[in-house]
Design a protein around this ligand. Structure first.
Ligand code: PEP
Length: 251
C-alpha cells in the first residue's frame, strides 16, 4: 500500500512573516492527519522560517528547485547540501514553470535529481504535457520521453527514492483540473513506463502525485482513484484553511 502525500508548492509567494502566520493557522488544523505525508515548499528565503515553524509537527519542508553542482561560480543558485542544511527533506524538480520560463530540460532534471538524491533529499520530479500536446494526441509520448530522459536515467536504487508528480500544464493555475479518470490514465501509463524501464516492484512502489488546480472541492474525487498517490497543490496551498481541507480529504 503506497502512503499518500499531499504537497503544497508556494511558488514565489509568502515572506517569512507570512510563512510563520500560515503555519500558526495550518498546523493545528492538520495535527490529527495521520493518513498521508504532508509537505510544504516555500520560496528559498522562507525555508528556514518554515522549518522552525514546522518543528514538532509532521509537516516536512521542500525546496522548489536546486542546482546539480555541489558548489561553484553559479550566481543565484542553491545546492542540495545547502537545502539539507536549511532543513529541507524534499525538493521539487522540473516543474513546468521552470521548464517553460527558465530553460529546464529533461537533461537538467536528471542531473538535479541525482544531485538531490546524493545529498539525501527526496525529489518530486514533475512531468506533464501542454494543451497543444494533449490535443494532438501526444500525451503518452511526451510523458514517456520526460520519464525516460529524466527519472529513467537513474539507477534502480536511486529510482526507488523518488516521487513523480504528473502535472498537465493545461491544468496548472488555470482552474481546469484533469478529471480523475484522465489523471488515472496517465498515472497508470507512467507506472507502466517505470515497470518497463526498471521492474514491476519499484514501479508498484512509486508514488505518483497529481497536480493541476487541485482544490478542496475536487480532492475527494481525485483521491478516489487508486492510481493517484497524492497531490501537488499550487494556489490552494497558500491559504491555511483551504490547504488543510485538502490534507484532510479523508475525514
Ligand atoms: C503547481 O504549482 O504545481 C500547481 C499544480 O498549481 P495549481 O494547483 O495552482 O494549479
Amino acid at each position: 500500500m503506497r502512503r499518500r502525500v499531499i504537497a503544497g508548492n508556494w511558488k514565489m509567494f509568502k515572506t517569512q512573516a507570512e510563512t510563520r502566520a500560515f503555519f500558526a493557522a495550518f498546523a493545528p488544523l492538520v495535527s490529527r492527519a495521520k493518513h498521508c505525508d504532508m509537505v510544504i515548499a516555500p520560496p528559498f528565503t522562507a525555508i528556514r522560517a518554515a522549518v522552525e515553524a514546522a518543528r514538532n509537527t509532521d509537516i516536512a519542508i521542500s525546496a522548489q528547485n536546486l542546482h546539480w553542482e555541489k558548489e561553484g561560480a553559479f550566481t543565484g543558485e542553491i545546492s542540495a547540501a545547502m537545502l539539507v542544511e536549511a532543513g529541507c527533506r524534499y525538493v521539487i524538480i522540473g516543474h513546468s514553470e521552470r521548464r517553460q520560463f527558465f530553460g529546464e530540460t529533461d537533461e537538467s532534471v536528471a542531473k538535479k535529481t541525482k544531485a538531490a538524491l546524493a545529498a539525501g533529499l527526496l525529489p518530486i520530479v514533475c512531468v506533464g504535457e501542454t494543451l497543444a500536446q494533449r490535443e494532438s494526441g501526444q500525451t503518452h509520448k511526451v510523458c514517456k520521453t520526460q520519464f525516460l530522459d529524466g527519472p529513467g536515467t537513474l539507477t534502480p536504487e536511486e529510482f526507488s527514492r523518488i516521487l513523480i508528480a504528473y502535472e498537465p500544464v493545461w491544468a496548472i493555475g488555470t482552474g481546469r483540473t484533469a478529471t480523475p479518470e484522465i489523471a488515472a490514465d496517465v498515472h497508470k501509463f507512467l507506472r507502466e513506463c517505470a515497470a518497463e524501464k526498471f521492474s514491476a516492484s519499484p514501479a508498484s512502489a512509486l508514488r505518483i502525485l497529481y497536480g493541476g488546480s487541485v482544490k478542496p472541492d475536487n480532492i475527494k474525487g481525485l483521491m478516489a482513484q487508486e492510481e493517484l498517490d497524492g497531490a501537488l497543490v499550487g494556489g490552494a496551498s497558500l491559504d491555511a484553511k483551504s490547504f488543510a481541507s485538502i490534507v484532510n480529504f479523508a475525514s
